[in-house]
Each structure stands twice: as C-alpha cells, then as structure tokens.
Ligand binder design. Structure first.
Ligand code: 6PG
Length: 467
C-alpha cells in the first residue's frame, strides 16, 4: 500500500513532524539525503507506521496520488535543490509543502515556477520549535486553496488545538503563509525585547534578585500578560548554574544571536513604508548587544547620569513596569498587524487578521491569551485599521499611559536603555497627533530641492520662492 504523505529532511523539525503525523494515524514515507538519519529514525520509531526510503525515486513511488510531500530542509538553496530533484518524478496535481522558514519572495517564486509545471505548492509557516513540531505547532499554510483542501486533514490534525480549534488555517495565495510566519517572528522579537527591558529595569532600578524576578514574572503570567514567553521567563529565573551556584541568567553572555527572520520583517516594513518601529528597535537591540567588545570599551569612557538609589514605592514601580510592558506589547502587535494589512494589499492576499490571531493562540512561540482579544477586535470590526482604535485596546493604553510614561522617565533618568518601551510610546504619541511637524520638513524639502508641498487651506501642489 502507498503512504498518505512523505517527509523529506529528517533534521529535528522534519523528524518530529513525521512522528507527529504518524501519531495522528497517517502513514508516512520518510527520506533524507544522507541515509543515516533515516536509519536512526526507523530504529527510534520501530513498530510505527513510518516507511523509510533511500532514493528520491523510491520515495516518490511510495506515495498515494496526488502526492503530498512535506519538505523540511534548510531554507534557501537546499529547498531549491530538493524541489529540483523532485520535479522530474512528480505528476500533475502533486503537492509540495515547504515547511521551512522560507523568505516569502522565494515562496512566491517557487509557487509560480511549480504552477507553470502543473504542480501545486504550499509554503507554510510552522512555529513552536522542536517540541511544537512533535506535539502540535501553529501552522500557517499559503498557496493554492485547492491544494490546501487536500492537505488540510493532515495539517489540522497535527496542529496545536485551543478549545478544540486547530491552530491551522488557510492564510492566502503563494507567499502569504511564510509572510505571516515572518511577522510572527518579528512579533516574537518584539515580545522578547520588551520582556528584557522590563527585566533590565527591575534589576537595575530595584536591584531585585533572580528569586524575586521569578516571583514577579510568575505573578504577571496570571494576568493580562499570560503567555508562553512570560512563562518560560519566570522559569528561567528559577534555574541555577551548577558550577558557580549563580542564577543561569547571570552566567550567560549578553550578546544576542539571530537567524534573520526578524530582520526580514523590518526589511519588508521599509519596503512597504510601514512604521514597524518597535519590532525594528528589537532587531537593532540585538545588533547592539552583539557589539560586546565595543560596548565594554565604551563603558570605560562614556558615563551615564549620577543616580540616587530608588526611594519610591517598590510595588508600585513593579506594577508600572508591568503596565508599560503591556501597553508597549499592544503597540507592537498593532504595528505587526498593520504591516500584514499593507502586505495583503500589496500582494493581493486578502489576509484574515482574526483567523491569524486565532491560530497564534496556541502552539507557537508568541502564544498567549492576549491573541484572543485581538481575534475579538477583528470580530467586532474586520476592517479595523489599527488595533489601537479597538475599544478594548484603546481603553488599556489610555489607562496605562501614566504608568508607561513614568517608567520611561525613570529609565531615562537612570540611563537604562528602553528602546522598545520608548519607541512604542513614540508611535502611540505620533499616531494620535493630528498635526505632526512634517510641515516644517516639507518646507525644508521645498527650500533646498523645490520638492513642492501641499497647503492646509487649498488643493494643489505648491512651491515657494524661499531665497
Ligand atoms: C518558531 C520560532 C523559530 C525561530 C527561532 C529562532 O516560531 O518556532 O520563531 O522559527 O527560528 O525562534 O529565531 P532567531 O534565531 O532569529 O532568534
């Protein structure tokens, strides 16, 4: 008998997805370029409905028609090479599913190329790391809807569930799924940055211990901030290094890595002309953190403000930081969703923002209770321009702004960088300002380059003789 789906690429994500698919009652063929990984998996999965294959021909021949082939190889060249290898063996209507972290223009290109050959292509975001892949990730598939209908039973079966709803939904044509996964990662960067700024403030201003940090974040996770990232942060503060006895966070070098998807989100924002400032600050912050040696040298020559020890109400400060974090998080998501709207218009994707929020509720790294509120906002108004305009979010940001401003003032006074908190507030203040100083900017452009301007009092294009 032939198998229902094939998985190519048995590194940890591919392997775990294959096991996940099998565990939901589907038969799976697996193939890996080097046979060792296939042998290892077959040994580990003895007795399971997994069929090992050792050539592309054997792999393709083992699959039911139309074939469903999930490729889980490295994004970029390896994905192209795998697709090229498959093409000569496939029949019209067969479906290739790319579950890697592909750059969305690559997915658009591959989609077009395969469609011209009569093949179907699904580019899908898969979030949730290794454990998610095995137990239930969030899945963001893009491509032809007819192809999605065929792969839907397997994709929804393996996805995470929230109240019984699968965290998998059709996103839109060609690169839409990978685009949404990319924005997910940008938002992930933003969330992580905001949490790190809260940590920095609490540690530097209040001098709290890791134990207290563990308690604070555990408490925060019971309220509005309830999310996977806050939960693991609380847990991180409870772990100690065996060798030194110090909290693990204190022995880890403060130099952030990145694989690039957050950067892609910012690059796309610049291309689309979308002010994705908070997430972009979090990309920049990773760059700055990675300049470790330069910072160490600078710390010896550049001084900050003289600060007195904190004499205010400690509990109140902690609560203000929580509010600043939540208000900033709202702005970050408002920016991310506004960017998806711009991309949807630009690329003709017709994205459904409420559905996207809904599948982010479980399985993925940014999963949280808060995404239900975003879903509700789009249920109230599917055409919502900006999340800040939704009554629920508007109310929170307005009532939290005092705390938000106080926290940023305290950070500035203490010389503690809070690029995420402050860029989020600057966005809020800019967005709600009827008249920004861009009138002067237009005057300058017209002054030095005769770039012209519009007037507030009549229609038309004007130029002033400035000199
Ligand atoms: C996920 C994650 C994942 C991402 C890592 C690494 O949704 O499971 O977003 O896809 O690759 O988090 O990202 P950086 O190395 O860029 O931090």
């Amino acid at each position: 008998a032939k198998q229902q789906i094939g998985v190519i690429g048995l590194a940890v994500m591919g392997k775990n997805l294959a096991l996940n698919i099998e565990s939901r009652g589907f038969s799976v063929s697996v193939y890996n370029r080097s046979p060792e990984k296939t042998h290892d998996l077959l040994k580990e999965a003895e007795g399971k409905n997994l069929t090992g294959t050792f050539s592309i021909e054997e792999f393709v021949a083992s699959l039911e028609s139309p074939r469903q082939i999930l490729i889980m190889v490295q994004a970029g060249k390896a994905t192209d090479a795998t697709i090229e290898q498959l093409i000569p063996h496939l029949d019209e209507g067969d479906i290739i599913i790319d579950g890697g972290n592909a750059y969305f223009p690559d997915t658009q290109r591959r989609s077009k190329m395969l469609e011209e050959k009569g093949l179907r292509f699904i580019g899908t975001g898969v979030s949730g790391g290794e454990e998610g892949a095995l137990k239930g990730p969030a899945i963001m598939p893009g491509g032809q809807e007819s192809a999605y209908e065929l792969v839907k039973p397997i994709l929804t079966a393996i996805s995470a569930k929230v109240n019984g709803d699968p965290c998998c939904t059709y996103i839109g044509p060609d690169g839409a799924g990978h685009y949404v996964k990319m924005v997910h990662n940008g938002v992930e960067y933003g969330d992580m940055q905001l949490i790190c700024e809260a940590y920095h403030l609490l540690k530097s201003v209040l001098d709290v211990s890791a134990e207290e940090l563990h308690e604070i974040f555990t408490e925060w996770n019971k309220g509005e901030l309830d999310s996977y990232l806050i939960e693991i942060t609380a847990d991180i503060f409870s772990k100690y290094d065996e060798a030194t006895g110090k909290p693990m966070v204190d022995v880890i070098l403060d130099s952030a890595g990145q694989k690039g998807t957050g950067k892609w989100t910012s690059q796309s924002a610049l291309d689309l002309g979308v002010p994705l400032s908070m997430i972009t600050e979090s990309v920049f912050s990773r760059f700055l953190s990675a300049m470790k040696e330069e910072r160490v040298a600078a710390s010896k020559v550049l001084s900050g403000p003289q600060t007195a020890t904190f004499e205010g109400d400690k509990k109140e400060f902690i609560e203000n930081v929580r509010k600043a974090l939540f208000a900033s998080k709202i702005v970050s998501y408002a920016q991310g969703f506004a960017q998806m709207r711009a991309a949807s218009d630009e690329y003709g994707w017709d994205l459904k923002y409420g559905n996207i929020a809904m599948i982010f509720r479980g399985g993925c790294i940014i999963r949280s209770q808060f995404l239900q509120n975003i879903k509700d906002a789009y249920d109230r108004d599917a055409g919502l321009k900006n999340l800040l305009l939704d009554p629920y979010f508007k109310n929170i940001v307005q009532t939290y702004q005092d705390a938000w401003r106080k926290v940023i003032s305290a950070a500035v006074a203490h010389g503690i960088p809070v690029p995420g908190f402050s860029s989020a507030l600057a966005y809020y203040d800019s967005y709600r300002t009827e008249r920004l100083p861009a009138n002067l900017l237009q005057a300058q452009r017209d002054y030095f380059g005769a770039h012209t301007f519009q007037r507030v009092d009549k229609e038309g294009v004007f130029h002033h003789q400035w000199f």
